[in-house]
Design a protein around this ligand. Sequence first.
Ligand SMILES: C[S@@+](CC[C@H](N)C(=O)[O-])C[C@H]1O[C@@H](n2cnc3c(N)ncnc32)[C@H](O)[C@@H]1O
Length: 212
Amino acid sequence: MEKQEIRTFGRRHGKKLSARKQFLLDNILPAFLPKNIKNTGNLILEIGFGNGEHVRDLAIRHPDSIIIGAEPFMNGVAALLSAITSESDNQILQEYKNIRIWPDDVRKLLHDSELKFSEIWVLHPDPWPKARHEKRRLLNSDFLKLLGTFLDTNGQIIIGTDHWEYFDWIVNEVKKTSLYASFPPLSVIHTRYAEKNMAETDTPKYLVLTNQ
Ligand SMILES: C[S@@+](CC[C@H](N)C(=O)[O-])C[C@H]1O[C@@H](n2cnc3c(N)ncnc32)[C@H](O)[C@@H]1O
């Protein structure tokens, strides 16, 4: 990631964490960092996982894949760690052994990386609705082009948002790339932001991007 890249997320820290969550961040998170990952198995990336509901769903639906979740908001990282470890001994729960966590800007993970993903998910990306904040929108054409280079042969970028104005804006950004867009009906679990439905729209809209 270039040092001067514009910040696309809000705060990194929220309200004070419980003792258990702070313990998990300090002691358990290092075991989940995506180190020494090779392209030998199937890899799935979720960008901006929030509290991690969909990362957990992916882990269960794809037990033979490695799921990498990227999220710079540490309260969200702590929430995911709390949900995938046992409360009694903080050991990772069996069904979540395939999760890895990148607790930072995804662009730093991708910088210099040679990883290839079968799926890259972005659910309810920050819409930055004010005109003066538009430059903070993550899913601009340059970033979409970059994501396209991280797809494996039949890989897909799956984007969902209930903010329809941002959706249309993304569709327009896609037109500046060589990616192909389709709009299949998708059934995706409700994440925290899907529940919040801050845009007060009827339903999230989904977009799938491929290189061919
Ligand atoms: C509106 S929230 C949605 C969270 C979750 N996907 C959901 O549906 O509940 C958007 C998330 O994207 C994260 N985000 C924004 N820019 C990011 C970046 N460059 N890399 C990784 N995550 C990012 C933010 O920290 C925030 O948690």
